[in-house]
Design a protein. Structure first.
Ligand code: COA
Length: 439
């Protein structure tokens, strides 16, 4: 068969793949669990023969030697659309830098700034027609593949075959490296008492027939467990999560009332447990589509009753959300928070929800101790990055209730946000709000 011959012709070893990298190259790798683990684990081995190679990545699941260890700085620099603990550590030592972005624009804008010489991603096995699947992500990968000089895919039999913009023909790939590592899993905590309270408030806001998006983080995932009594929910989300599998299996997600791609669960990447990877494998009900389209607020807004549910690290009394930094220290990324929050409010009868615990138990800098602070603050911490502007914030939910901020004045926002703050901080917040002349 022609496609099998073509596949065999394109097979190379990881060493041969690494050999294709030249000084000055710009390599872009696939997102999160779709990252090419074999290639990245060995990238540091070519350090002696290359200089000034830029690697652009997003939410890497492993701390690869080329950025986590010292000594490779002259060969590689890492630039990322979303940070993880490993990237935070590399950043501290000057080996990583952040690329500010709204996720739906990440690939497009990056290519406008810098050509991509090499794209490296992962794929599930080829079918008899010569099609492979990019499996766990089509967030920016399709655009990069179209723009790259060289496309290398690690083909892994353990990776689920997904449908949508993940489908790619062998003729579009330059080289294949066969690998066999397990799909990285992303831990999911069990909902605690606070999650259940927050989940119940959110459940009151989610009407039957809504289409939902659940963001990254502990709370959005926990919320799914409180939506079990809903009917005919649909999915249009950036990240496909374990909670969505549970909702589908319980018959809550049917997609029947969806106005955009009815019946289909739409996502741009998937990250979770083995259960999730088994669920999306060969499942035509799940469409992994290009993030440029899925996360475009105007596309999201075509869904009737769209509800976005995300979380944040800190919110000020006027509604500005810092969801990606702790002070000036980059923690994660904007990702699709603004994309999805804005899109949900464009949607007819849509709602955007920011759900957070009222307090956090945070490390005291320079010590082993922790202290409880309010996540609702009079003003954001110095240097904090505003991920969601106060103009785009809608509902805010804590374990103490719901603040509906749409259309409100600053004075009313202060009152509403103090009412859902932890009782121990309410007086202080009011005093500070008065001092700042907000109320
Ligand atoms: N000040 C200082 N530290 C804080 C804090 C605050 N106000 N709030 C939380 N923290 C600390 C926590 O103590 C915790 O530290 P630890 O690991 O030392 O315990 C850390 O920050 C993470 O907090 P947590 O609440 O566990 O985070 P999470 O895993 O639920 O993720 C976000 C929350 C906001 C970081 C994550 O959702 C995110 O990156 N969002 C932006 C992207 C997005 O929303 N995309 C949507 C589409 S997928």
């Amino acid at each position: 068969m022609k496609v099998i011959e073509e596949y065999k012709r394109k097979l190379i070893t990881v060493e041969e793949a690494l050999d294709k990298v030249k000084s000055g190259d710009h390599i872009i790798t696939a997102l999160a669990a779709a990252e090419p683990r074999e290639f990245l684990s060995n990238l540091h081995t070519i350090a002696p023969k290359v200089r000034d190679v830029t690697v652009t990545c997003c939410l890497p699941m492993v701390n690869y030697p080329f950025f986590s260890e010292r000594g490779y700085e002259e060969s590689f620099s890492l630039e990322s659309w979303f940070y993880t603990p490993g990237l935070r550590a590399a950043h501290k030592e000057g080996r990583a830098t952040f690329i500010p972005n709204h996720l739906h624009f990440a690939g497009t804008k990056r290519l406008q700034y810098k050509k991509c010489n090499v794209f490296v991603g992962t794929a599930s096995k080829m079918d008899k027609h010569g099609f492979l699947s990019l499996s766990l992500s089509a967030t920016y990968e399709r655009e990069i593949i179209e723009g790259a000089d060289l496309v290398i895919l690690e083909v892994n039999p353990n990776y689920p075959r997904t449908f949508g913009d993940t489908t790619i023909h062998i003729s579009q790939i330059d080289h294949i490296v066969e690998v066999n590592y397990p799909v990285p899993e992303f831990p999911n905590g069990q909902p605690d008492e606070k999650d259940i309270k927050i989940g119940k408030y959110i459940a009151d806001l989610v009407e039957d027939g809504s289409t939902i998006q659940l963001g990254i983080g502990g709370i959005p995932n926990a919320v799914a467990s409180q939506l079990m009594d809903k009917k005919d929910l649909g999915i249009h989300t950036e990240m496909f999560t374990d909670g969505m599998v549970d909702l589908f299996q319980a018959g809550v997600i049917t997609g029947r009332k969806k106005t955009l791609l009815p019946d289909k669960m739409v996502a741009t990447f998937a990250l979770g447990s083995k259960k999730l990877y088994q669920f999306i494998d060969d499942n035509p009900g799940v469409q992994i589509l290009n993030g440029k389209w899925v996360n475009d607020p105007y596309i999201i807004g075509k869904n009737y009753k769209m509800v976005s549910i995300n979380t944040t690290l800190e919110i000020d009394l006027t509604g500005q959300c810092c969801s990606e930094s702790i002070g000036h220290t980059q923690f994660s990324g904007t990702g699709g928070q603004a994309d999805t929050a804005i899109g949900a409010q464009i949607s007819p009868m849509g709602k955007s929800i920011i759900a957070l615990y009222s307090t956090a138990n945070v490390r005291v800098p320079g010590s082993e101790e922790r202290k409880t602070i309010s996540k609702i603050v009079p003003r954001l911490t110095h240097g904090a990055v505003v991920s969601l502007s106060r103009n785009d914030v809608d509902f805010v939910v804590t374990e103490y209730g719901v603040a509906a901020l749409r259309g409100t004045s600053v004075r009313d926002r202060v009152k509403k946000l103090i009412a859902i703050a932890h009782p121990d901080f309410r007086d202080e917040l009011l005093e500070e709000g008065k001092k700042l002349n907000l109320i």
